[in-house]
Ligand binder design. Structure first.
Ligand code: C5P
Length: 220
């Protein structure tokens, strides 16, 4: 089977991670969660007392942590300086600061290079999920998908994942993070001109997975 590179972008709560992992597992591809990498560097900044809103300090420190992503879709891992960061990167504190850290151009340059080298090294092909994969990181991807969903559907999914978090507060936090990610100067969240848009509002996860698998198979 030929190697294939799939870019899946979109805002939070559209089902990107669940879809990307399942598609990669079904098709025997590697999987990369680029949001986890931005979360990992944010966690490192917080742990080292660096203010996420101090862009100069973040830029100066950006090259210090060593971030390693495991690309098995059934068991994706992330370490920072050899320490498992998969739990700490999902805390509220990291979620509220990640947009500020990921807007710093020096951070994006380093993480983008890391992402490209992981994609190049994935022999059988890879599904890479994020915000700027189709536009900036892998503009030559074989297939680009842009997932969307209404803010209500996204908030309901996220608060379900966060085990009963208040839907209204979750919606407000999501909308705020999307606005920051979409308005930053360096590679904002955006749909690539040649991406296929899939609105997941009314679809089950299985339907989204099936839709993406079909699109990948058409391009193989
Ligand atoms: O996907 P997830 O919600 O874990 O992403 C966390 C954050 O990482 C996003 O809100 C965004 O600020 C940043 N991110 C990014 N570019 C990517 C992936 C994530 O800026 N390709």
């Amino acid at each position: 089977m030929e190697s294939v590179i799939v870019a899946i972008d979109g805002p939070s709560g559209t089902g990107k991670s669940s879809t990307s992992k399942a598609v990669a597992a079904k098709l025997g591809l590697s999987y990369l969660d680029t949001g986890a990498q931005y979360r990992a560097i944010t966690w490192w900044m917080i742990s080292n007392g660096i203010d996420a809103n101090d862009a100069d300090a973040v830029a100066d420190a950006a090259g210090k942590p060593v971030i390693v992503s495991g690309t098995d879709p059934s068991r994706p891992t992330i370490t920072v300086d050899g320490v498992d960061a998969s739990g700490p990167i999902r805390t509220e504190e990291v979620t509220s600061r990640v947009s500020a850290v990921s807007a710093v151009p020096e951070v994006r340059a380093l993480i983008t290079e890391l992402q490209r080298s992981i994609a190049r090294g994935a022999a059988g092909g890879i599904v890479v999920e994020g915000r700027d994969i189709g536009t900036t990181v892998l503009p030559d991807a074989d297939l680009k998908i842009f997932l969307t969903a209404s803010p209500e559907a996204r908030a309901a999914r996220r608060s379900g994942e966060l085990k009963g978090a208040d839907v209204r507060a979750t919606r407000e936090a999501l909308v705020k993070r999307d606005a920051a990610d979409s308005s930053r100067k360096t590679s904002p969240l955006a749909k690539a001109g040649d991406a296929v848009e899939v609105d997941t509002t009314e679809l089950t996860l299985d339907q989204v997975i099936e839709c993406v698998v079909t699109l990948v198979e058409e391009r193989r």
